[in-house]
Design a binder for this molecule. Structure first.
Ligand code: PMP
Length: 411
């Protein structure tokens, strides 16, 4: 394990000076985005202060240095998720990576009569791209019959019922309930049914050791900002053969070999053929710093820390009758709840008045309300730097923090 208080010293946002509503910040919205350690801020700044130049576009030293930085970052990300280096495509984030699979792969290969399998617990970014593909190709969307926790058996039932399914796209860890899917078993099953599997890793790659090769999945998507990295950068990791078969969905500079006035063109090989335009170079440098930072702590240690916090949190909450918890039995960093008789947004506003950042609403998963039987929930989510003291402040304010009027008239 690691010393969480030592780790916190590396995060400027956690230096004790940051206040919300005049109270010390208690940041419990890590499923939305995460705070940045100084090494990530420094790496990002280094691009602007010391290294500004484009990559792949010049013959002078600074351009060459940037090429080296991009290559090193790609290597670091490949190492982090155990893929080949040329299986890593830089995208603007998880959303763009999922859209790249949708428009680059599914639009090209799926047709009327084919099926895509998702679940009602998926984030908008892992739902709407498939809805668009269904509109464009006339293929069908099917939903895994689940109560929110996706099991291998449920996926198998769907695959048996709809042998036309060609692609399964699910989150490894859901962003509302935080349940973890047995991805390795599901991938095996998909391949047995001749379907590809795309894993939305937005909520898993930051929290669990992810082994692309061992899971034997076809596509993996994630965002740097949810794992201590900068915003505006993320990755699609995909099997080399699939990348070679896929088309880019944006085209332009930096991804072609040649083009002529007869409309013909030749593209670079993957991953470059998917990276049109100037890359987010500062973001790429920060992304590398983020994965190296996480690796230096150890993903197993981060997972262990979050598990310990989860147990501590549930113990502190006790069996309080005023709070409905929707995912007591989840495996990690997300607790989703409502206070009886209190609208979720009111509860989040009240907690904000105490300096506590949580998220309320549907959390971009707008089909899950049917599974939960409630239109909105409050979600608190921890990360590697969350302390038991912060959990204490959260629980105390949740259980004894007064009501919504305090947010406006008290303190
Ligand atoms: N999928 C899941 C499961 C998520 O939690 C999120 C972010 N909330 C996304 C996709 C989209 O990520 P981004 O906004 O970073 O592209």
């Amino acid at each position: 394990m690691y010393d969480v208080y030592e780790i916190r010293k590396q995060f400027p946002m956690l230096d004790g000076n940051k206040k919300m509503q005049g109270k010390p910040l208690v940041f419990l919205d890590n499923a939305s985005t995460t705070l940045k350690p100084q090494c990530v801020i420094d790496a990002t700044n280094r691009y602007y202060a010391e290294m500004t130049a484009n990559s792949h576009r010049g013959d002078y030293d600074l351009c060459y240095f940037m090429d080296v930085e991009v290559a090193k970052a790609r290597e670091a990300i490949a190492k982090f998720v155990n893929s080949e280096v040329n299986e890593v495509v830089f995208t603007s984030g998880d959303t763009e990576a999922l859209n790249l699979v949708a428009y680059g792969y599914a639009l090209k290969y799926l047709k009327e009569g084919d099926g895509i399998l998702i679940s009602e617990a998926e984030h908008a970014s892992n739902s709407l791209p498939w809805f668009r593909i269904a509109e464009l190709t006339k293929c069908s969307i099917y939903f895994i019959n689940t109560d929110g926790r996706i099991t291998v058996g449920q996926v198998e039932k769907s695959l048996n019922k709809h042998p036309n399914i060609k692609l399964v796209s699910i989150a490894h860890v859901g962003n509302v309930l935080g349940y973890r899917v047995d991805v390795k078993a599901v991938a095996k099953l998909c391949h047995r049914h001749n379907a590809l599997i795309c894993i939305d890793g937005a909520q898993s790659v930051p929290h669990l050791k992810t082994d692309f090769k061992d899971l034997d999945i076809d596509f993996l998507t994630f965002s740097a900002h949810k794992m201590c990295g900068p915003t505006g950068i993320g990755a699609l990791v995909a099997k080399e053969k699939l990348l070679n078969d896929m088309d880019p969905f944006i085209t332009g500079g930096g991804m072609n070999v040649s083009f002529k006035n007869d409309g013909t063109y030749l593209l670079l090989e993957a991953p470059a053929k998917f990276e049109a335009g100037t890359l987010n170079l500062a973001g790429i440098m920060g992304f590398r710093a983020a994965v190296e930072f996480l690796s230096s702590i150890g993903m197993e240690n981060i997972e262990e820390h979050e598990k310990e916090l989860h147990a501590y949190l549930l113990d502190k909450m006790g069996n309080n009758e005023d709070v409905i918890i929707y995912n007591k039995d989840n495996d990690g960093s997300i607790l989703t709840f409502n206070k009886k008789g209190v609208f979720a947004q009111d509860e989040a506003t009240l907690l904000n008045s105490k300096g506590i950042a949580v998220r309320s609403g549907q959390h971009c998963a707008k089909m899950i309300d049917r599974l939960l039987g409630t239109p909105a929930t409050v979600r608190m989510s921890t990360y590697l730097y969350t302390t038991k003291e912060e959990i204490d402040v959260f629980v105390e304010n949740l259980l004894n923090g007064g009501d919504i009027l305090d947010a406006y008239f008290n303190d």
